[in-house]
Design a protein around this ligand. Structure first.
Ligand code: ZN
Length: 304
């Protein structure tokens, strides 16, 4: 006997969100799947939505899915809230008496995330940046063993990205065992990316013995990298206002000193060259050319 339910959680002035739950008769772990923490990251929304109505035969435990966490941002097709400008991925665990975005975080934290055994947060590169297909988790050591690491590894992404320390305000920082994924997109919707997310979640559930039949074949080997990974902080910035011009592809390996891109004036005059400070993998590239000084343009991670 498998129980499917859908409920609406009200979050005061901020509106609310829908939670889809599947509960197996047999006890087991509780896994939470989130989409749409950033409103313009649509692959994760569609993948979570498909998983929410999926007939996957859960054999034990419980899965709770929120396909659109930040409705105010999703409806505006924006990374941040159209109500208060808030970035939902920076305000966890939230505040019940705070602004609209903090209220949403508070309700997701207390009514969905709290007490879960594993969080899978489905992000994508959104409109501003391009990123490779990656699964990230937090751990201070390369040798540490955790459910989050096993889950990120089982997901089958091209990169497995370990983040030392905890980034303030993110979903993965308020849950003990948590992983997130990113994929290429730049704002458009790739059906293959949505399929890869659905299959990735099913691989994790199979690894946790929560579904009887998972996707066939082993997950492909990922490149292991480490680094900060906060798109609002841990990136190479430019020093000039102008246009950032690059043909750099996310997911490629660059050598120390390699040219990553240039900043040019409107007449094409070179203002600045941006070079790789060390050998690394390119984990994010700014896609829209207009920049002002201190804008973040490239994110690098080193081999782990
Ligand atoms: Zn995101």
């Amino acid at each position: 006997m498998i129980d499917h339910t859908q409920r609406r959680v009200s979050a005061g002035t901020a509106g609310g969100f829908d939670v889809w739950s599947t509960q197996a008769a047999a006890p087991g772990p509780r896994v939470v799947i989130l989409g749409g923490i950033h409103g313009d990251e649509t692959q994760g929304v569609l993948a979570a939505g498909r998983l929410a109505v999926d007939e996957t035969r859960l054999t034990r435990g419980r899965v709770d899915i929120v396909p659109v966490c930040h409705e105010a941002a999703f409806q505006a097709d924006s990374r941040t809230s159209a109500i208060d400008g808030g970035n939902l991925a920076r305000v966890f665990p939230g505040d019940s008496s705070g602004g609209a975005t903090e209220q949403i975080a508070h309700h997701i934290f207390t009514e969905v995330l709290s007490g879960c055994d594993l969080l899978i947060d489905l992000h994508t590169s959104g409109q501003g940046y391009d990123m490779p297909f990656l699964a990230g988790y937090q751990s201070d050591t390369t040798t540490g063993d955790s459910l989050a690491k096993h889950a990120a590894s089982a997901f089958g992404a091209d990169f497995l990205w370990r983040h030392p320390g905890r980034s303030e305000g993110r979903t993965v920082s308020v849950v003990d065992q948590a992983m997130y994924v990113e994929c290429p997109g730049g704002g458009s919707m790739s059906p293959a990316s949505v399929d890869a997310y659905v299959v990735g979640v099913q691989r994790v559930l199979a690894m946790m013995d929560m579904i009887a039949v998972g996707p066939s074949g082993p997950a492909r080997a990922a490149v292991h990298v480490t680094g900060g990974g906060d798109l609002d902080r841990d990136m190479i910035s430019v020093r000039h206002d102008g246009m950032f011009v690059t043909d750099l592809m996310s997911g490629t390996n660059v050598e120390a000193g390699q040219l990553l891109g240039t900043v040019v004036a409107l007449g094409g005059q070179l203002l600045e060259e941006v070079h790789a400070p060390y050998e690394a993998w390119v984990m994010a590239v700014k896609r829209r050319p207009p920049v002002i000084a201190d804008d973040l343009v490239v994110c690098l991670a080193i081999a782990d």
